[in-house]
Every structure is written in C-alpha cells, then in structure tokens.
Design a protein around this ligand. Structure first.
Ligand code: RRO
Length: 314
C-alpha cells in the first residue's frame, strides 16, 4: 500500500510528485510518462500576472547541482486556469498548483482565482511558495520571517475550501526552520514542503563577473540533499516533541534515486518531490517511485506509511 495522507482529509495513491519549477505545466513530461501516474503534479509557481522573469543567462551547472535565477517566469493565473489546469485535468492528473505573490493580497487573489476556475476539481492541494530566492533583494522571501509567512498562509487558507490542503514551501536559508514551520502551521497550513533551493553564486572566471544575470541563484540537485534531510528531520523532531502540531511533510531536494527518497521518508517526509533529476532523466519521478517501492519491499515494509519518520526510532 503506497497511499499517503496529504492532510485535510485527502489521500494520494502514491507519494511521488514533481517539484515545482522543473516541469512547468506538465506537457513536456507527459511525452515521457503518464503524469496521472504521479501522486500529484506540482506546477511552476504562478503569480497574478504574466512574467518574463530575470535576464539570461539564468541557469548554471555546478559540481553539486544546478543554480537558477529564473525569477518567477510564468503565464499568470488567468492563463493558468484557462489553459494549463484544464489540460492537466484532461489527462487525469491530480494537481498541486504552486502559487506565489509579491504581497499577501496577491497570494490571496491567485488562490481565489484558482478556486473559482472550471477545472478546480483537478486540484488536490495548493503549495504556497513563500521562499523564492530570485526576487529583488530577496525582499519577497516571506519564508525568512515567521509573521510574514503566517500572514500569507492565513490569507490563502481563507480563500480555499477546507478539503484542499494548503502547503507552505519553506526556505533552507533561515537560522531556525522549525520556527517558520510552526508559524505556518499555527496560521493554518495543513502541511509543509521542504526545501526550496539554497541561495548560491557562481563566478565566471573568464569574464571575472557573476555567471548569472541575476547575480545570485538558487542551488538545487545533489548538493542540497543533506540539507533537505536535515530540515525534514528537525521539523519532524519538533512535532514529536510537541513543539508544534503534527502535519504531513513533503520532502524535496536533490532526490535522484529510490534510496534518496527513502532517506527523506525515514527523516519524516510522507511525500517526495523530484525536480532537478528530470533534466537528465525526464522519467525520474516514476523511476524513483518504482525504486522506492522495491526498497520498501526488500526492507519488509508492507505499507509506505510505516516507513515515514522511522529514523527517529519512536
Ligand atoms: O522562478 C524562480 O526563480 C525560482 C523560484 Br519561484 C523558486 O521558488 N525557487 C527557485 O529556485 N527559483
């Protein structure tokens, strides 16, 4: 039994998801596998208006992963609900839209537009991206401030039906991730997604200038996997110790194999997102699910849920 609890009374048939940003609206990946086979499809973060994002170059490869300074390129919520969401519904995908805003009212507007849309019944939850690293002065990174995080989450929660779980996507670039996690849950988050990319930078030594147009960027891929495992562990530990309410955690950060996924599961994640790995292997999310399944069976777990947080030894 691979099913998993998404919170707010929702279950998914399996715990594998795409990570926001790496698969846009799903059409590219659907050429390689059936996106309806995923537990859920997570979209690129969508804002109120269309955006072209930051100037190029905005991707750099590093030995530890990929650095991006995309800057929230996207179609805007109106085009998303008119085109992308109906297409995802037509192929039978369970959709977890990622939403973003430059103010709490923008987040609320995006959530309300989503709710009012004709394909809303394909939506199984909403991921609130409060942790994009690629915004001017990082001033839009609500996830560094518990009060700002709580305000956004509370406003989004108000716009959506009770049976749609609201997830807060957290940044690893904070001193105490459990404080932010607790603030989001207190404000009404039904779950937490950890982690967004880690702020980084690459210098082009031919030009002796920063390589990315946006100067800094978000690091994803293998190098941030231990950071994700640590963040998931710390927040799950805070839940075990009663320092915050227990809610489901989605683990994300550098997962390439079933083994990588199992590490996050053992730390406390009850769902797993695969992002950067799709650039080398577009079918990575379904391959990781197959590998995870084989590993769980080899280890004698009859149900996926029994493996969640086992590394805490409780
Ligand atoms: O679009 C981006 O630059 C971006 C976003 Br919204 C995010 O949340 N994380 C990231 O690494 N890049």
């Amino acid at each position: 039994d691979l099913s998993t609890d998404l919170g707010a009374g929702r279950r998914l048939p399996n715990p594998l998801m795409t990570a926001s940003g790496c698969a846009a609206n799903g059409k590219e990946l659907h050429r390689f596998f059936d996106v309806a086979d995923l537990g859920a499809f997570v979209t690129k973060s969508v804002m109120a208006d269309p955006r072209s994002g930051r100037g190029t170059p905005r991707m750099a490869e590093t030995p530890s992963g990929m650095l991006n300074s995309i800057g929230l390129q996207g179609p805007g919520i109106d085009a998303f609900v008119d085109e992308d969401l109906p297409w995802l519904k037509s192929v039978g995908a369970r959709v977890l839209p990622s939403i973003a805003g430059s103010s709490s009212t923008e987040y609320a507007h995006v959530a309300a537009t989503l709710r009012a849309s004709r394909a809303f019944d394909a939506v199984v939850g909403v991921e609130v991206n409060i942790s994009c690293p690629n915004v001017a002065n990082r001033g839009l990174v609500f996830a560094c401030d518990p009060l700002a995080s709580a305000k956004v989450i509370a406003l989004v929660r108000e716009q959506l039906p009770r049976d749609i779980p609201v997830y807060a996507k957290l940044s690893p670039d904070v001193t105490d991730i459990t404080a932010i996690a607790a603030a989001c849950v207190e404000a009404g988050a039904d779950g937490l997604t950890m982690i967004n990319t880690l702020l980084g930078m690459v210098i082009d030594t031919d030009r002796m200038r920063p390589q990315l147009g946006g100067v800094t960027g978000g690091l994803s891929g293998p190098g941030i996997r231990p950071v994700a495992v640590r963040a998931v562990w710390q927040v799950r530990q805070a839940m075990f110790e009663g320092r915050m309410p227990t809610v489901p955690i989605i683990g994300v950060g550098g997962v390439r194999t079933g083994h990588d996924a199992l590490e996050l599961v053992a730390a406390g994640a009850s769902a797993i997102q695969v992002g950067t790995a799709v650039f080398n292997d577009p079918s990575a999310p379904v391959r990781v699910l197959r590998e995870l399944c084989e590993l769980l069976e080899a280890k004698g777990f009859e149900r996926f849920a029994d493996a969640v947080a086992v590394a805490h030894g409780r």
